[in-house]
Design a protein around this ligand. Structure first.
Ligand code: HEM
Length: 468
């Protein structure tokens, strides 16, 4: 005899129904209010807690257009890849960034984006990145010199890699020396980028800040920083035009990104926006990744020993080159694992242009959709013991589910144009630095400051030790 069917328990009313039309549980306004000071200090634990408590689609209780945190592997994949046409870049994150970058690849949509991406793409093709490896060795030299001359061989790695990676972007993409050359002095350029981004981040965190155009102190700082960036770009462009007028030069107008953009007929204003975008997107991201990865290595001498064994076998004492990159799987696994735990682009946002359904939840057109590589890379169902720095995740196991749950460079058509550039640079810099040395912590692991990228609070002080 079968038991009589039990009536289904009445569906529990959604506690946040008054505050969001998105039919999933999420925090209530007073939870958000209580969380604000913590979010302002460090948004990452809040995002982690929220995802762990509410699941794959979490609406926030905001007035106006809904805001949803999307954590599910399928949901994030749908936003960035499978249904990418239904999502645009009109979010606070990107409109604030465009105050500095203008309408560059990171912030634009539609035809302008497509045309500029098509024009720039050949400069980033995997087969053309030999010069990135060569420039990365010069970057490693910069770090090496600082390390070898610093008292106690302790340096703020973060400070030096930011300048080193700026030099790589300048020379590899624009044929310009942004650190020691005439375009701008590196410290000033780095300071201008930081200044501009600090204002942008504050704007993104506090949507109630003064409208652009009001002469507030922050607006004046932003304007000064923009002028430094504009001057550097104008110098780079003028130098290239002068060189072209003087006859064929070096890699010519058609090969590096500046040459490609000129050849595609972009206006000076459009080129300025793309150059600022590439300088901003292309150096602090790689620098943050290198700084955190070196810190993880400093805490894991057993992994450094495996790196040393690989470098001894493959390089036998010489410096690494581009052709070595595929032959260094352990170094590459270190880079991949570093990017998993410290994805510099820790949040990626979109505006829903149409109604959609994400992980079974209807998300209306106009919603702000927030995805977080930081949260995604810590899903315990995909990444067992997620906080563990475990390079064997990349060496021993088939990609399986982790392929879709690993998004340090985004996914789909808006995948980072500089992905392979960054990977070549990171592998070559790490291989060259570790060839003859180890790293050791000089103090506790710094706190993470989730700004435009993940910055180490107070810098990243590490000691270099000669190899035993
Ligand atoms: C570890 C280093 C890097 C990380 C983690 C990173 C991360 C990302 C992510 C997550 C996106 C997608 C954003 C979105 O979908 O909204 C992106 C886009 C982009 N990145 Fe990177 N990036 C890195 C290095 C670079 C480098 C080296 C360059 C250039 C030299 C670069 C240039 C760009 C540009 C131009 C875009 C916009 C692409 C488009 O939408 O067409 N990035 N990056």
């Amino acid at each position: 005899m079968t038991a009589p069917a039990q009536p289904a328990p009445p569906a529990r009313p959604r506690r946040n129904a008054r505050f969001t039309p998105v039919e999933a549980e999420g925090p209530l306004p007073w939870h958000m209010l209580a969380a604000v000071p913590g979010i302002m200090r460090d948004a990452l634990p809040f995002l982690e807690r929220t995802a762990a408590r509410y699941g794959d689609v979490v609406p926030f209780p905001v007035r106006g257009r809904p805001a949803v945190l999307v954590n599910g592997v399928a949901g994030v994949r749908r936003v960035l890849q499978d249904n990418h046409r239904a999502y645009g870049k009109g979010t606070v994150q990107y409109t604030s960034l465009s105050l500095v970058t203008g309408a560059g690849l990171l912030t634009t949509d539609g035809e302008v984006w497509r045309a500029h991406r098509r024009a720039a793409q050949p400069a980033f093709h995997r087969d053309t990145l030999g010069h990135v490896a060569a420039e990365s060795l010069r970057a490693a030299d910069l770090v090496r010199v600082e390390w070898d001359t610093a008292p106690g061989r302790v340096v703020d790695v973060d400070d030096v890699v930011v300048r080193a990676t700026l030099a790589v972007v300048g020379r590899a993409l624009l044929g310009a020396d942004l650190v020691d050359g005439g375009a701008a002095d590196g410290h000033r350029l780095v300071a201008a980028v930081h200044e501009a981004l600090a204002v942008v981040v504050r704007r993104a965190q506090q949507p109630w800040t003064a409208p652009p155009g009001l002469p507030t102190p922050a607006a004046r700082r932003l304007e000064r920083a923009r002028r430094t960036l504009d001057d550097a770009c104008a110098t780079v462009l003028a130098d290239r035009r002068a060189a072209l007028a003087a006859g064929p030069h070096g890699r010519g107008p058609g090969h590096d990104v500046l040459g490609l953009l000129l050849a595609a007929g972009l206006t000076d204003g459009e080129i300025r926006d793309e150059l600022v975008t590439l300088v901003i997107a292309g150096h602090e991201t790689v620098a943050a990744s290198l700084a955190w990865t070196l810190r993880l290595l400093a805490e894991h001498p057993e992994v450094v020993a495996r790196v040393h064994a690989e470098l001894d076998t493959v390089l036998d004492g010489r410096r690494p080159g581009w052709e070595d990159v595929p032959r260094l799987p352990v170094v590459r696994a270190v880079v991949d694992e570093g990017l998993r735990l410290y994805p510099p682009a820790w949040v990626v946002t979109r505006r829903a242009l149409e109604d959609d359904v994400l992980d079974g939840v209807a998300v209306p057109a106009g919603s702000l959709v927030i995805t977080s590589p930081w949260v995604h890379h810590r899903r315990p169902d995909v990444w067992p013991d997620p906080e563990r720095f475990d390079v064997d995740r990349w060496l021993d196991r088939a990609p399986g589910a982790r392929r879709d749950a690993y998004i340090p460079f985004g996914a789909g058509p808006r995948l980072c144009i500089g992905r392979d550039f960054a990977l070549v640079e990171s592998v070559v810099v790490l291989a060259d630095l570790l060839r003859d040395r180890s790293v050791a912590p000089a103090g506790p692991r710094p706190a993470v400051v989730p700004s435009v990228t993940l910055r180490p609070r107070g810098g990243m002080h590490l000691a270099a030790r000669p190899r035993r």
